[in-house]
Design a protein around this ligand. Structure first.
Ligand code: NAP
Length: 248
C-alpha cells in the first residue's frame, strides 16, 4: 500500500498552480484532500475533477490571513476526516517592484499572506499533530528564499522567512520527539498565476521574459508527493527545484 493512501492533506492555495497540481497528484495516490483558498468556484471545480477521477476531496473557502479562518479550516478537516496528516502551506503572492516605488500596501499583503498565513496554518494543525505524535508540514518557500535580486526584496524577505520558520519548526519538533516532519520546498520559475500578482509594469515585463523557461506546476507536485511518501522516520527537509536552464 502507498504511504500516501488515506493520509489527510490540507492544501492552502489549492485553487490554482502548484496547490491544485499537488492536490490532484496526492489524490491520485489515495490521499484525502482538504482544499483551501478564497475562490470557491475554483475549489468546487477541482473537487469535482478529483472525485470524477475516483479520489476524495472536500473544500473550505479560507483566507490564510485570518487566524480564525485557519483554525476553522483545521477544525473542519478534523470533523470530516478525524485527523490531519499533512499540511501543504502553499498559498502565496508575489507583487514585486523596486522598494523606491513604495508599494506599501503590497508589502503588507505579502507579509500577511506569505509569512503570517504560513504561521497561522502551522498554529492550526500543530496541536492535533502533536497529540497524535505524527504529522508533516510542507512549506512553500522559493529560490527567492535562497537568493536576493532587485525588485524581489520584500518577496525574497517573505520567502527567507518561510525558510527560517521551516528550520525552526523542524528543530523544535525534533527536540520534542513529536515525529512531525518538516519540508521546505523552494521552486524556481514555475508556470502558474503567480506573475499576475505583480502590478508594476516594468517588473512584470522582466518577469514575463524570465518565466519563458518556466516548468509545469506538476514538477513541484511530484516533489511534494516524493516527500510525503517517504517512511515516517525519513524527513526530506529541503528541496530546490529549478528549470534545468535557470541560472539564478
Ligand atoms: N510559480 C513560481 O514560479 C513559484 C516559485 C517559487 C515559489 N512559489 C510559491 O509557490 C506557492 C504557490 O504559488 P503558485 O505559483 O502556484 O501561484 P498561483 O497559481 O498564483 O497560486 C497561489 C495560490 O495562493 C492562493 N492565495 C493567495 N492569497 C491567498 C489568501 N489570502 N488566502 C488563501 N489563499 C490565497 C490563491 O488562491 P485564491 O486567489 O483563490 O485565494 C492560489 O490558489 C506560493 O507560495 C509561491 O510563492 C512559486
Amino acid at each position: 500500500m502507498s504511504n500516501i493512501q488515506d493520509k489527510v492533506v490540507i492544501i492552502t492555495g489549492a485553487s490554482s498552480g502548484i496547490g491544485a497540481a499537488a492536490a490532484k497528484e496526492l489524490a491520485a495516490k489515495g490521499a484525502k484532500l482538504v482544499l483551501a483558498a478564497r475562490r470557491e468556484e475554483r475549489l468546487e471545480q477541482l473537487q469535482k475533477e478529483i472525485q470524477n477521477d475516483g479520489g476524495q476531496a472536500i473544500y473550505k473557502v479560507t483566507d490564510v490571513t485570518s487566524h480564525e479562518q485557519m483554525e476553522e479550516l483545521a477544525a473542519y478537516a478534523l470533523k470530516e476526516f478525524g485527523k490531519i496528516d499533512v499540511l501543504v502551506n502553499n498559498a502565496g503572492i508575489m507583487p514585486q517592484a523596486f522598494l523606491f516605488k513604495k508599494k506599501v500596501d503590497e508589502w503588507d499583503k505579502m507579509i500577511d499572506v506569505n509569512i503570517k498565513g504560513v504561521l497561522y496554518a502551522i498554529a492550526a494543525v500543530l496541536p492535533s499533530m502533536r497529540e497524535r505524535k505524527s504529522g508533516h508540514i510542507i512549506n512553500l518557500s522559493s529560490v527567492a528564499g535562497h537568493n536576493i535580486y532587485p525588485g524581489g526584496t520584500v518577496y525574497c524577505g517573505t520567502k527567507y522567512a518561510v525558510k527560517a520558520i521551516s528550520e525552526g519548526l523542524r528543530q523544535e519538533e525534533a527536540i520534542s520527539g513529536t515525529n512531525i516532519r518538516v519540508t521546505n520546498v523552494s521552486p524556481g520559475a514555475v508556470s502558474s498565476e503567480l506573475l499576475e500578482t505583480t502590478t508594476d509594469a516594468e517588473t512584470k515585463t522582466g518577469l514575463d521574459d524570465f518565466y519563458k523557461i518556466a516548468i509545469d506546476a506538476d514538477s513541484i507536485a511530484r516533489a511534494i508527493t516524493f516527500a510525503v511518501e517517504q517512511p515516517s522516520d525519513v524527513a526530506i527537509n529541503e528541496m530546490i527545484i529549478r528549470p534545468t536552464v535557470q541560472v539564478g
